[in-house]
Every structure is written in structure tokens, then in C-alpha cells.
Design a protein around this ligand. Structure first.
Ligand SMILES: NC(=O)c1ccc[n+]([C@@H]2O[C@H](COP(=O)([O-])OP(=O)(O)OC[C@H]3O[C@@H](n4cnc5c(N)ncnc54)[C@H](OP(=O)(O)O)[C@@H]3O)[C@@H](O)[C@H]2O)c1
Length: 261
């Protein structure tokens, strides 16, 4: 086992939202070997229970709670109860999220509102509650899962893009105000999970297991920002530099190719 990872993760108390599938599930599997105390939140409690049973022999402890991140009181109560049970909160992964198209032609207010309620408001409920404990303890790590979709206003997915930029800006602002805490913003590219299945253009697709290893390493290295895979790191920076006119042209082409013939 890598010494840096062991030194950083061993014995930590860690809260993860969206632990029932995809990246959250893979993170739990990646962290369990470090004898951690994990607080798992999501709505599908049976999937988290199966995961905990599967990892029983790891020596880690699992605390599970059904929680809808759209409901502020549920999030606050769940985090408070986990901190009481674990005694402190070392790391929180703000990970729960949903995707979906919200182009002008496919605009659906229900989809728009649930994206904002889950990815932005849900992330803020989680992050702010965790920060209240971490600021009091004077230590802690807040990890936010943004997306490469935050690089510019993403054609056909503007609301997803807004929510992911929103969490990144929130973490950046909080990091300036609370320098005693560690903040890491992660911008994943395409990882093979339920959120993007059916999308035929998943560039440089990665497994959730590989993604989880990269993410726990980036956090252990105390990186402030982490974009993966490496190809996306370059695309992200390049696209942010594009003049608005060129970016609009590229965005228009992206919508054209994604439209059914
Ligand atoms: N996969 C990618 O390529 C990719 C790329 C960039 C960013 N991301 C981000 O990574 C994060 C994880 O997504 P994923 O790829 O792992 O997708 P996923 O497999 O669909 O997992 C999403 C997780 O979010 C939870 N969730 C959704 N709505 C929730 C709610 N209202 N309350 C509580 N939990 C909720 C789900 O749990 P329940 O349904 O059980 O509640 C599930 O565990 C998301 O924030 C996503 O935007 C993913």
C-alpha cells in the first residue's frame, strides 16, 4: 500500500454522499482498506448496506443513513448523527449528483429544478453542515465533485454546467475564508457510471475504480484542484482560453452532432 495514502487516510472519519453507486460506491471501496469510519448517505439504503456487507472484512466501520440531499433538514440531521457516532469529521466528499439535458428545445422545468436542488442546493446543504463541524474542530478536508462540464457553459447541458461551476466557486470562496481547512475540487471527465450511460460520445472513458484511486491520491497530495483524465486537463484549460465567438461556434456544432437525424 502506498505510504502517502496510508499516512493520509488511515483511521479517518469520512462522510460520502451518493455512496450507493458510481463514483461514491467506488470511493467507499477504495477507502475501506485504510480502516476508516465511513458515513454513507444516499436514498437507496439497501445498496449501501450491500456494499458495507461486502467490505465487512476490511476492518473499516460503516454508518449508513437514507438521505435525500434535496432536503436540508435530512442532510443536517444525518451529518450531525454521523459526527456524534464517529466523534469527529475528518473528510467529507460532496458527491451526490444527477445529470440531464436542458437545451432550449428540451427544456423541462422539473429537470431544471431537480438539477439545481440536487447538484447545487444539495451540495451546499452538505458542504455547509460539514464546514460547521470542521471549522469548530479547526481541521478537516472538504472535497467537492464538480465536473469538466464546468469549463464553459456546456451546450445542451447549461444547468448541469451551472451547478458544477457553482460548487467549484463555493469551494474556492470558502477556501479563502477558512485557510485552516483543506479544500479539494475535483473535475472528473467521463467515468463509466449510470449518470452518462447511453451517451455515445464518452471521451477517454475511465472505470469508477480507477477514478476513485486517482481522486483519493489527489486528496492525499492536498491538491486544490484536480482534473482527470490528463487529456481533459489540457482540454479544460484550452477551452477556458477560447475567445467567446469561437466557443459559441464550437457549442453550436456540439448541439448539431448531438441532435437525432
Ligand atoms: N460519471 C461521470 O462521468 C462524472 C463526470 C463528472 C462529474 N460527475 C459527478 O460525480 C458525482 C457522482 O456521479 P456518478 O457518476 O457516480 O453517478 P451515479 O452512479 O448516478 O451516482 C449518483 C449518486 O448520487 C446520489 N444521488 C442522486 N440524487 C440524490 C439525492 N436527491 N439525494 C441523495 N443522493 C442522491 C445517488 O444515490 P441515490 O439515487 O441512491 O440517492 C448516487 O449514489 C455527481 O455529482 C456527478 O455529477 C460524474
Amino acid at each position: 500500500m502506498n505510504r502517502r495514502l496510508t499516512n493520509y487516510w488511515n483511521g479517518k472519519t469520512i462522510l460520502i454522499t451518493g455512496a450507493s453507486s458510481g463514483l461514491g460506491y467506488a470511493l467507499v471501496e477504495a477507502l475501506a482498506p485504510y480502516r476508516v469510519h465511513l458515513g454513507l448517505l444516499s436514498r437507496r439504503v439497501e445498496l449501501m448496506q450491500e456494499l458495507a456487507n461486502k467490505l465487512h472484512a476490511s476492518g473499516s466501520q460503516f454508518w449508513i443513513r437514507a438521505c435525500d440531499v434535496q432536503k436540508r433538514a435530512e442532510v443536517e440531521n444525518a451529518i450531525t448523527d454521523f459526527v456524534k457516532a464517529a466523534g469527529r469529521l475528518d473528510v467529507a466528499w460532496v458527491n451526490s449528483g444527477i445529470g440531464g439535458e436542458t437545451s432550449y428545445r428540451k427544456w423541462d422545468w422539473n429537470r431544471v429544478e431537480s438539477l439545481i436542488d440536487t447538484n447545487l442546493k444539495g451540495a451546499l446543504y452538505t458542504a455547509h453542515t460539514c464546514l460547521q463541524y470542521m471549522a469548530r474542530q479547526n481541521h478537516g478536508t472538504l472535497v467537492g465533485i464538480s465536473s469538466v462540464a464546468a469549463m464553459r457553459g456546456l451546450a445542451a447541458r447549461p444547468i448541469y454546467s451551472i451547478t458544477k461551476l457553482g460548487i467549484a466557486y463555493y469551494l474556492e470562496a470558502m477556501a479563502a475564508e477558512l485557510p485552516q481547512l483543506q479544500f479539494t475540487t475535483i473535475y472528473p471527465g467521463f467515468v463509466d457510471t449510470a449518470i452518462n450511460r447511453g451517451n455515445p460520445r464518452r471521451l477517454w472513458l475511465m472505470t469508477p475504480e480507477r477514478a476513485a484511486q486517482l481522486m483519493i491520491t489527489a486528496v492525499a497530495k492536498r491538491q486544490r484542484e484536480y482534473i482527470y483524465p490528463w487529456q481533459m486537463r489540457w482540454i479544460f484549460r484550452l477551452v477556458r482560453l477560447l475567445p467567446a465567438g469561437i466557443y459559441r461556434w464550437v457549442g453550436g456544432k456540439m448541439i448539431e452532432v448531438s441532435r437525432p437525424q
